[in-house]
Ligand binder design. Structure first.
Ligand SMILES: C[S@@+](CC[C@H](N)C(=O)[O-])C[C@H]1O[C@@H](n2cnc3c(N)ncnc32)[C@H](O)[C@@H]1O
Length: 240
Protein backbone atom coordinates (compact mmCIF):
# COMPACT_ATOMS: atom_id res chain seq x y z
CA UNK A 1 0.00 0.00 0.00
CA UNK A 2 1.47 3.43 -0.90
CA UNK A 3 1.51 6.52 1.31
CA UNK A 4 -1.30 8.05 -0.76
CA UNK A 5 -3.70 5.09 -0.57
CA UNK A 6 -6.77 5.73 1.64
CA UNK A 7 -5.82 4.85 5.17
CA UNK A 8 -2.29 6.30 4.92
CA UNK A 9 -2.11 9.76 6.41
CA UNK A 10 0.37 12.45 5.31
CA UNK A 11 3.49 12.63 7.45
CA UNK A 12 3.74 16.35 8.24
CA UNK A 13 1.14 16.82 10.96
CA UNK A 14 1.69 17.92 14.55
CA UNK A 15 0.74 15.42 17.28
CA UNK A 16 -2.81 15.63 18.61
CA UNK A 17 -3.34 17.23 22.01
CA UNK A 18 -5.57 15.68 24.69
CA UNK A 19 -9.03 17.23 24.24
CA UNK A 20 -9.74 16.30 20.62
CA UNK A 21 -7.98 12.99 20.13
CA UNK A 22 -10.94 10.59 20.05
CA UNK A 23 -12.90 12.86 17.75
CA UNK A 24 -9.90 13.37 15.42
CA UNK A 25 -9.29 9.63 15.20
CA UNK A 26 -12.96 9.05 14.45
CA UNK A 27 -13.01 11.71 11.72
CA UNK A 28 -9.82 10.41 10.11
CA UNK A 29 -11.31 6.95 10.05
CA UNK A 30 -14.55 8.17 8.43
CA UNK A 31 -12.54 10.09 5.81
CA UNK A 32 -10.22 7.22 4.90
CA UNK A 33 -12.53 4.20 5.19
CA UNK A 34 -13.32 2.57 1.81
CA UNK A 35 -17.05 2.57 0.93
CA UNK A 36 -19.09 -0.24 2.54
CA UNK A 37 -16.13 -1.39 4.62
CA UNK A 38 -17.00 -2.88 8.03
CA UNK A 39 -13.87 -3.37 10.16
CA UNK A 40 -15.61 -5.79 12.58
CA UNK A 41 -16.70 -8.13 9.79
CA UNK A 42 -13.26 -8.17 8.14
CA UNK A 43 -11.46 -8.72 11.46
CA UNK A 44 -13.85 -11.59 12.32
CA UNK A 45 -13.13 -13.27 8.97
CA UNK A 46 -9.39 -12.93 9.50
CA UNK A 47 -9.39 -14.42 13.02
CA UNK A 48 -11.80 -17.21 12.06
CA UNK A 49 -9.33 -18.71 9.61
CA UNK A 50 -7.93 -22.16 10.39
CA UNK A 51 -4.84 -21.31 8.38
CA UNK A 52 -3.79 -18.38 10.61
CA UNK A 53 -4.54 -20.36 13.80
CA UNK A 54 -2.27 -23.18 12.63
CA UNK A 55 0.46 -20.73 11.65
CA UNK A 56 0.21 -19.04 15.05
CA UNK A 57 0.57 -22.38 16.85
CA UNK A 58 3.69 -23.12 14.80
CA UNK A 59 5.21 -19.68 15.53
CA UNK A 60 4.60 -20.24 19.26
CA UNK A 61 6.43 -23.57 19.09
CA UNK A 62 9.23 -22.67 16.71
CA UNK A 63 9.91 -18.92 16.63
CA UNK A 64 11.84 -17.73 19.71
CA UNK A 65 11.46 -14.06 18.69
CA UNK A 66 7.68 -14.28 18.39
CA UNK A 67 6.08 -11.37 20.29
CA UNK A 68 4.57 -13.29 23.27
CA UNK A 69 7.99 -13.49 24.93
CA UNK A 70 8.32 -9.73 24.72
CA UNK A 71 4.72 -9.20 25.90
CA UNK A 72 5.29 -11.48 28.87
CA UNK A 73 8.39 -9.53 29.92
CA UNK A 74 6.54 -6.22 29.75
CA UNK A 75 3.43 -7.41 31.61
CA UNK A 76 5.47 -8.99 34.38
CA UNK A 77 7.55 -5.85 34.72
CA UNK A 78 4.55 -3.60 35.40
CA UNK A 79 1.89 -5.67 37.21
CA UNK A 80 1.82 -8.48 39.73
CA UNK A 81 0.03 -11.42 38.12
CA UNK A 82 0.23 -13.80 41.09
CA UNK A 83 -3.09 -13.74 42.93
CA UNK A 84 -4.49 -11.02 40.65
CA UNK A 85 -7.93 -10.75 39.06
CA UNK A 86 -7.38 -9.92 35.41
CA UNK A 87 -9.41 -9.54 32.26
CA UNK A 88 -7.74 -10.15 28.90
CA UNK A 89 -9.48 -8.47 25.97
CA UNK A 90 -9.18 -10.44 22.72
CA UNK A 91 -7.63 -13.81 23.54
CA UNK A 92 -7.05 -15.26 20.07
CA UNK A 93 -4.72 -18.25 20.62
CA UNK A 94 -4.89 -18.32 24.44
CA UNK A 95 -1.17 -18.13 25.15
CA UNK A 96 -1.77 -15.48 27.84
CA UNK A 97 -4.37 -17.71 29.54
CA UNK A 98 -1.92 -20.63 29.43
CA UNK A 99 0.90 -18.47 30.77
CA UNK A 100 -0.92 -16.75 33.60
CA UNK A 101 -4.19 -18.65 34.21
CA UNK A 102 -2.70 -20.76 37.00
CA UNK A 103 -1.00 -17.86 38.73
CA UNK A 104 -3.91 -15.42 38.75
CA UNK A 105 -6.70 -15.75 41.33
CA UNK A 106 -9.18 -15.17 38.49
CA UNK A 107 -8.51 -14.76 34.78
CA UNK A 108 -11.26 -13.76 32.36
CA UNK A 109 -10.49 -14.07 28.65
CA UNK A 110 -12.93 -12.19 26.46
CA UNK A 111 -13.31 -12.43 22.70
CA UNK A 112 -16.19 -11.59 20.37
CA UNK A 113 -15.45 -14.34 17.85
CA UNK A 114 -17.25 -17.65 18.55
CA UNK A 115 -14.71 -19.60 16.43
CA UNK A 116 -11.85 -18.15 18.47
CA UNK A 117 -13.61 -18.85 21.78
CA UNK A 118 -14.38 -22.46 20.78
CA UNK A 119 -10.79 -23.14 19.71
CA UNK A 120 -9.39 -21.41 22.80
CA UNK A 121 -11.66 -23.58 24.97
CA UNK A 122 -10.29 -26.73 23.30
CA UNK A 123 -6.72 -25.64 23.94
CA UNK A 124 -7.43 -24.68 27.56
CA UNK A 125 -9.06 -28.06 28.27
CA UNK A 126 -5.43 -29.28 28.51
CA UNK A 127 -4.97 -27.00 31.56
CA UNK A 128 -7.72 -28.05 33.99
CA UNK A 129 -6.04 -26.36 36.98
CA UNK A 130 -6.10 -22.92 35.37
CA UNK A 131 -8.58 -20.42 36.81
CA UNK A 132 -9.75 -19.13 33.42
CA UNK A 133 -13.23 -18.16 32.35
CA UNK A 134 -13.75 -17.51 28.64
CA UNK A 135 -16.50 -15.08 27.69
CA UNK A 136 -17.85 -14.33 24.24
CA UNK A 137 -18.54 -10.57 24.13
CA UNK A 138 -17.99 -7.57 21.89
CA UNK A 139 -15.83 -4.93 23.59
CA UNK A 140 -17.07 -2.23 21.20
CA UNK A 141 -20.43 -2.44 23.05
CA UNK A 142 -20.99 -1.62 26.74
CA UNK A 143 -19.96 -4.79 28.60
CA UNK A 144 -22.13 -6.48 31.21
CA UNK A 145 -19.22 -7.59 33.34
CA UNK A 146 -18.68 -6.55 36.95
CA UNK A 147 -15.56 -4.46 37.59
CA UNK A 148 -12.99 -4.66 40.36
CA UNK A 149 -10.26 -6.31 38.28
CA UNK A 150 -6.65 -5.58 39.19
CA UNK A 151 -5.90 -4.84 35.56
CA UNK A 152 -7.27 -4.94 32.03
CA UNK A 153 -4.92 -6.50 29.52
CA UNK A 154 -5.27 -5.50 25.88
CA UNK A 155 -2.48 -7.09 23.89
CA UNK A 156 -2.92 -5.55 20.46
CA UNK A 157 -6.68 -6.06 20.27
CA UNK A 158 -7.36 -2.31 20.34
CA UNK A 159 -5.42 -2.08 17.03
CA UNK A 160 -8.18 -4.05 15.31
CA UNK A 161 -11.20 -2.26 16.72
CA UNK A 162 -13.44 0.32 15.06
CA UNK A 163 -12.07 3.82 15.77
CA UNK A 164 -15.64 5.14 15.88
CA UNK A 165 -16.05 3.00 19.03
CA UNK A 166 -12.82 3.90 20.86
CA UNK A 167 -14.80 5.94 23.43
CA UNK A 168 -17.09 3.00 24.29
CA UNK A 169 -14.15 0.59 24.49
CA UNK A 170 -12.19 2.86 26.84
CA UNK A 171 -15.30 3.37 29.00
CA UNK A 172 -15.46 -0.42 29.33
CA UNK A 173 -11.80 -0.59 30.35
CA UNK A 174 -12.26 2.17 32.93
CA UNK A 175 -15.29 0.44 34.44
CA UNK A 176 -13.44 -2.87 34.69
CA UNK A 177 -10.25 -1.64 36.37
CA UNK A 178 -8.17 1.40 37.25
CA UNK A 179 -5.16 -0.13 35.48
CA UNK A 180 -4.74 -0.79 31.77
CA UNK A 181 -1.83 -2.73 30.29
CA UNK A 182 -1.61 -2.51 26.51
CA UNK A 183 0.52 -3.77 23.67
CA UNK A 184 -0.07 -1.90 20.44
CA UNK A 185 1.35 -1.69 16.93
CA UNK A 186 2.94 1.76 16.71
CA UNK A 187 3.54 3.86 13.61
CA UNK A 188 6.27 6.44 13.15
CA UNK A 189 3.88 8.37 10.92
CA UNK A 190 2.30 11.27 12.78
CA UNK A 191 -1.07 10.61 14.42
CA UNK A 192 -2.26 7.27 12.99
CA UNK A 193 -2.03 4.87 10.08
CA UNK A 194 -5.27 3.04 9.26
CA UNK A 195 -4.58 -0.09 7.25
CA UNK A 196 -7.68 -1.78 5.84
CA UNK A 197 -5.86 -4.90 4.71
CA UNK A 198 -3.66 -6.28 7.47
CA UNK A 199 -5.63 -8.67 9.76
CA UNK A 200 -8.86 -7.26 8.33
CA UNK A 201 -8.13 -3.87 9.86
CA UNK A 202 -5.15 -2.45 11.72
CA UNK A 203 -5.07 1.00 13.37
CA UNK A 204 -1.43 1.78 14.08
CA UNK A 205 -1.30 4.72 16.46
CA UNK A 206 1.69 7.00 16.87
CA UNK A 207 2.98 6.68 20.49
CA UNK A 208 2.16 10.38 21.13
CA UNK A 209 -1.40 9.76 19.89
CA UNK A 210 -2.10 6.79 22.15
CA UNK A 211 -0.69 8.62 25.17
CA UNK A 212 -2.82 11.71 24.42
CA UNK A 213 -5.91 9.54 23.83
CA UNK A 214 -5.54 7.75 27.17
CA UNK A 215 -4.89 11.04 28.97
CA UNK A 216 -7.96 12.55 27.33
CA UNK A 217 -10.20 9.90 28.93
CA UNK A 218 -8.60 10.28 32.36
CA UNK A 219 -5.61 7.95 32.51
CA UNK A 220 -2.10 8.83 33.65
CA UNK A 221 0.67 7.12 31.70
CA UNK A 222 2.92 5.27 34.13
CA UNK A 223 5.17 3.44 31.70
CA UNK A 224 5.53 3.69 27.93
CA UNK A 225 7.88 1.66 25.72
CA UNK A 226 7.30 2.48 22.04
CA UNK A 227 8.76 0.14 19.37
CA UNK A 228 10.03 -2.24 22.06
CA UNK A 229 9.69 -5.33 19.88
CA UNK A 230 10.69 -5.48 16.21
CA UNK A 231 10.15 -1.76 15.57
CA UNK A 232 6.37 -1.92 15.87
CA UNK A 233 5.03 -3.71 18.96
CA UNK A 234 4.85 -1.16 21.75
CA UNK A 235 3.76 -1.19 25.38
CA UNK A 236 1.96 1.14 27.73
CA UNK A 237 0.74 1.02 31.32
CA UNK A 238 -1.95 3.54 32.23
CA UNK A 239 -3.70 4.20 35.54
CA UNK A 240 -6.84 6.17 36.41
C1 LIG B 1 -4.61 -9.27 17.46
S1 LIG B 1 -5.58 -10.53 18.21
C2 LIG B 1 -4.88 -10.36 19.82
C3 LIG B 1 -4.72 -11.69 20.48
C4 LIG B 1 -3.87 -11.72 21.74
N1 LIG B 1 -4.23 -10.66 22.67
C5 LIG B 1 -2.42 -11.66 21.37
O1 LIG B 1 -1.79 -10.63 21.57
O2 LIG B 1 -1.91 -12.65 20.87
C6 LIG B 1 -7.15 -9.77 18.35
C7 LIG B 1 -8.22 -10.64 19.02
O3 LIG B 1 -9.30 -9.76 19.35
C8 LIG B 1 -10.52 -10.35 19.00
N2 LIG B 1 -11.48 -9.27 18.73
C9 LIG B 1 -11.63 -8.56 17.57
N3 LIG B 1 -12.64 -7.69 17.68
C10 LIG B 1 -13.14 -7.85 18.94
C11 LIG B 1 -14.21 -7.23 19.63
N4 LIG B 1 -14.97 -6.30 19.06
N5 LIG B 1 -14.47 -7.62 20.90
C12 LIG B 1 -13.70 -8.59 21.50
N6 LIG B 1 -12.67 -9.22 20.88
C13 LIG B 1 -12.39 -8.84 19.61
C14 LIG B 1 -10.20 -11.19 17.76
O4 LIG B 1 -11.15 -12.21 17.58
C15 LIG B 1 -8.80 -11.72 18.11
O5 LIG B 1 -8.89 -12.93 18.79
Amino acid sequence: MSETTPGRMPTTEAPLQAGNVLESLRMRYVESCPPDYEPGASVDIFYSSDEFWTKFERWLREAPDFYPASDKAFVESVVRVDGARAVNIGTYYPWAEIEWGARAAEWVGLDNNPHVVARARDVLARFPGHRVTLIEADVTEPLELAGGFDFVLDLSTFDHLDPRRFDVILDNYKRLSDRLVMAYDATRAPIVDYDFERCGFNARLNPATIAAMLEEVGYTIECHRPYAHEEYRSYILARL
